[in-house]
Design a binder for this molecule. Structure first.
Ligand code: ATP
Length: 224
């Protein structure tokens, strides 16, 4: 239904070979909701995201997507040194037909209009992430799936990017599923936090999760 979740995950388990990396995961992303997955390295966050996208086969459980759902996916940081020497304009029009006006508009939306003719390899960490966000937005997604969108960005830039994501959610009314290492950076910019470490340790509003014993056990007292 129109008011049901965009994504509903129930009892999801995923194994690579004989190694179970996710166990009995339940997760909902509602319309216009920002859900942040946090957890230590190797906790299975990327695997969870890839399962939702249909890129990883679950060993059990179900993933239900709202019919007709369009996803805008921003994978973990692109290794620009391995890409072709393309301008941002070319990079964004290589895989999809985009009119000049739409391209300029989306780059303005993400604060990257000034790099339209720059080579992708010359962008700063923050500029590159904005261009990748623009690429995801060109699909007019109902949900944005962002895997560590602030990787290789300085702290000030990280705050700016999370503010931008929250602003895009507000103006476009899309859902957001994102991965982060740092609860405190996303604290004021997410509705729901889901703490993952193979299983779901705790979830809820960020201020509740930040005081949850399971969260504190995972991230230590310095996380307070
Ligand atoms: P990080 O924060 O380091 O990106 P993560 O929480 O996203 O980690 P995943 O990338 O989902 O975690 O990995 C979960 C576990 O599964 C890790 O131990 C990883 O080594 C393992 N893994 C990931 N992808 C594969 C794969 N294709 N084949 C085998 N093992 C994998």
């Amino acid at each position: 239904s129109k008011n049901g979740p965009l994504v509903a995950v129930r009892g999801l388990s995923v194994a690579y070979g004989s190694r179970t990396v996710l166990e009995n995961i339940d997760l909902d992303v509602g319309p216009c909701e920002i859900v942040t997955l946090i957890g230590p390295n190797g906790a299975g966050k990327t695997t969870l995201v890839k399962s939702v996208l249909g890129l990883v086969q679950p060993s059990s459980g179900t993933i239900t997507l709202r019919p007709g759902l369009t996803v805008g996916y921003m994978p973990q940081r692109l290794q620009v040194e391995r890409t072709l020497p393309l301008t941002v304009r070319r990079f964004l029009t290589l895989w999809q037909k985009v009119g000049r006006a739409d391209l300029e508009k989306v780059l303005v939306e993400v604060g990257a209009a000034h790099v339209i003719d720059s080579a992708v390899q010359t962008l700063s960490g923050g500029e590159l992430q904005r261009v990748l966000l623009a690429r995801a937005l060109l699909r007019r997604p109902d949900i944005l799936v962002l895997d560590e969108p602030v990787q290789a960005v300085d702290v000030h830039g990280q705050i700016e990017l999370f503010n931008l994501i929250a602003e895009i959610r507000r103006t476009r009314g899309c859902g957001v599923l994102l991965v982060s290492h740092d609860l405190h950076l996303v604290m004021a910019r997410t509705d729901t936090v889901v703490c993952v470490n193979r299983h779901i340790c705790c979830s809820g509003r960020p201020e509740d999760v930040s005081r949850h014993p399971e969260y504190l056990a995972m991230f230590g007292r310095h996380a307070e």
